[in-house]
Design a protein around this ligand. Structure first.
Ligand code: ADP
Length: 522
């Protein structure tokens, strides 16, 4: 399409009734209608869908939209059908269709009626569909939720790996557009490589959400009471509380109800009817709070969610960002409160222990990042944005003050000598021990493993007696985060000193340890 001949603004108005493009939309659409590849990285709510919907509606042929979520595809199809008198303008092609329905879809595509054809990646691998689509005019292929391509994303789907070869089979030079709300440099690299779109123009919006307030509190036995207090202080406001397990979801919802908070539980174990009922109650504001597993939230567009509480810390920063991102979508207040205990990290580690080594390695690296986030004393916003490859000025940046670490700076303590003690013990025990035994050796405690290595006879045995177990565990974690040590993957948990740690031993430098975390007494 020739850009000079089209009026994107008029089309936007005509099809969607909006008078202005949002963020980077216009640039993306221009790029697509010129037949070029695009890579769109925008946070949730940034308006990604319109980036492919509008050019699809404007252009000849059918745009294929690959998406992993059937429910979302259906929503989008309904929305598009709402702007046209032609039902066939958008279709979902998947295995649940009857023969007659498939026939109708094929007819609409062939007749040039269908502008948007939504397919799940596994459907696109079906020979029957590929054969059919090969003969049709395809305007472009949009790969939504493109992070599913990467094992480093939060939702890896192997079927996404085949997309490139399938698109190639559909015809020469079909433009590709990849879209994701996951911004880590590693995931981006995987997407570009896997789809073979090294030439794509990259459109990356800022991930900063200046209206969100980030806070982490230590998780103690009183976490339920802490949550009740918070919710009561915010009564009448909408909020989501995420828990890891279904059991906890139900318990906490009940505890809240008993305490006079209007709350409903939500998790994938409820039947479809109950789920939609509870979801609707939340959306329609019949209840203030939904207590949920991560099954809740995808595609939920409630603009005035005023808080998101994490009863359990999630497994990665991306998940945390996605889940907290559901707060304050209207630009108003959004309090993101996470309760953190290292015990929860150990639980998450355990979940992974049966998985393939490569997967564990990735999972543990992601966990290490969330530990670092929870325990950091730096600007949390800066931490998150740095993780997403974005610079942030923690003094003057937009939203800099919306952060517990900035409002109440944590106390830090010089721990150089203690770091040296840890390294000495790890090296002195020939890097055979996990944190637990290293801490025992430091504090001069014996167990079977310790004595089987005759560790109690070593001159460093008990050099850290002046501190308790919780202190040493925390220091070890902070050393892991700082890259002075790492955990072995094969026999997960065995501590090794990294080259950086060895350098520290030769030339010790200041190591500021964050102090106010309430350490778990195991
Ligand atoms: P994403 O897919 O990035 O999460 P969506 O495509 O769901 O975001 O868009 C988020 C919201 O923004 C939707 O309610 C959509 O209707 C709205 N929106 C998108 N583009 C515009 C625009 N140009 N003007 C106003 N609202 C828009």
């Amino acid at each position: 399409m020739n850009l000079d001949e089209i009026d994107l603004g008029a089309s936007l108005k005509k099809y969607f009734g909006f008078s202005q493009f949002k963020g980077l939309q216009e640039g993306v659409i221009e790029n697509i209608v010129q037949g070029k590849n695009s890579f769109v990285i925008m946070p949730t709510g940034g308006g990604k869908s319109l980036c492919y919907q509008l050019p699809a509606l404007m252009q000849e042929g059918t745009a294929i939209v690959v998406s992993p979520l059937i429910a979302l595809m259906k929503n989008q199809v309904d929305a598009i059908r709402g702007i046209s008198s032609e039902i066939g303008i958008a279709h979902v092609l998947n295995s649940s269709l009857t023969k007659t329905e498939i026939k109708q879809v094929k007819k609409d595509v062939s007749d040039g009626v269908t502008k948007l054809l939504y397919v799940a990646p596994e459907s696109l691998t079906k020979e029957e569909y590929v054969d059919f689509l090969q003969g049709e005019k395809i305007s472009f292929v949009a790969v939504d939720e493109a992070h599913c391509i990467s094992e480093w994303g939060h939702d890896f789907r192997p079927e996404y790996r085949n997309l490139k070869s399938i698109v190639q089979r559909l015809g020469d030079g079909i433009p590709l557009i990849a879209l994701t709300a996951t911004a880590t440099p590693k995931v981006q690299e995987d997407i570009i490589k896997n789809l073979g779109i090294g030439d794509a123009k990259v459109f990356k919006a800022s991930f900063n959400r200046p209206n969100l307030y980030y806070e982490v509190r230590p998780k103690t036995q009183n976490v339920d009471a802490d949550i009740i207090r918070f919710v009561k202080q915010n009564s009448g406001k909408s909020g989501i509380i995420y828990c890891l397990s279904r059991k906890r979801v139900e318990e906490l919802a009940q505890v809240l109800q008993v305490n006079g908070v209007s709350a409903v539980p939500y998790h994938a174990g409820f039947d479809g009817k109950t789920r939609s009922k509870h979801q609707d109650m939340f959306l329609m504001e019949d209840v203030d709070v939904v207590v949920a597993t991560i099954a809740f939230g995808m595609g939920i567009d409630k603009p005035d969610v005023r808080f998101v509480i994490h009863h359990d810390i999630p497994k990665s920063i991306e998940s945390y960002y996605q889940e907290t991102g559901r707060a304050g979508r209207d630009g108003g207040e959004g309090h993101c409160l996470a309760f953190y205990s290292y015990k929860d990290i150990e639980k998450l580690e355990k979940f992974m222990s049966g998985k393939p080594v490569a997967e564990q390695e990735i999972g543990n690296a992601l966990l290490q990042e969330i530990v670092a986030y929870a325990e950091t004393s730096m600007s949390r916003r800066k931490f998150i944005l740095h993780y997403f490859g974005e610079e942030f000025d923690e003094v003057n940046g937009d939203g800099a003050e919306m952060d517990d670490n900035i409002r109440n700076p944590k106390e830090k303590q010089e721990a150089m000598d203690d770091v040296l003690k840890v390294i000495q013990v790890v090296v002195g025990t020939s890097e055979k021990f996990k944190s637990k035994e290293v801490v025992k050796a430091l504090t001069g405690k014996i167990n079977a493993l310790i004595s089987s290595h005759r560790t109690e006879e070593k001159n460093f045995f008990g050099i850290g007696k002046d501190r308790d177990k919780g202190y040493w565990m925390a220091l070890i974690r902070q050393m892991l985060v700082a890259g002075l040590m790492k955990k072995e993957i094969e026999q997960y948990g065995i501590l090794h000193v990294t080259p950086l740690g060895k350098e520290f031993l030769i030339k010790p430098t200041s190591f500021l340890m964050t102090m106010d975390h309430v350490y778990n007494k195991e």
